[in-house]
Design a protein. Sequence first.
Length: 243
Amino acid sequence: MAVTHTDLAPSPPKTDLGSNTGLFVIVVSILLGLQCFILSLVAEATRSNAIWMENKCRYSGDGKIPLMSVAAAFFSLALAMVLQHVYLLIAVSKSPTGSLVYWDPHSDFVKSLTWQAGFFFVATWISFAVGEILLLVGLSVESGHLTNWRDARASCVVVGKGVFSAAGVFGLFTVFMAAGLYMSALRGQRFLQDQENNHREVMAASAFYASPPRSPRRPPPPADDQSRRHMVMVELQKYMQLV
């Protein structure tokens, strides 16, 4: 099996955005977002309703199942958000700063990438905040009638229809927007690496063509037989004079 340059190249560090660790973090975060969405649907299907009897009402259930589902969805979404942003922060902080000299804020690509990253960042945090607030509202409501839920009372506070489903949608939207933010950061890192490699190639080519060409040294012509005899006679005469 032939060995290529790719096989000999060192593998990227774990904190590199393009490493397998980064891909693993994104996949786990998306799975946590899907888990939050599914648990929100479970909470929506099992949420407590108010059963009215003339001027009194009582709850249709104790709210334990929707409460546990909402709590698990809340922590799943929070874990996905923390996992993605902490890894992204570590990866960006440990990236080499020398390539930042090639970051041109006036180029069209950099402007487009900056707007994309800003959009994904704002959309991620807004959807995360809305989803978590909806889940917190559900937690507080469902935890209010864990006991004595069969007793009739003057008012029954319940979660509105579709609140848990909306929270799950916002949670799913959050992890996908965070994945978009990660991809924007990865594109920016690869852009800087390409710019740095191009600069090195240009500098190497400039240094090569700037050096003066060296003329090859011509070997001395071979001596013929007459020249050899003459050299031998000269050396012999010198020897006789010394003697």
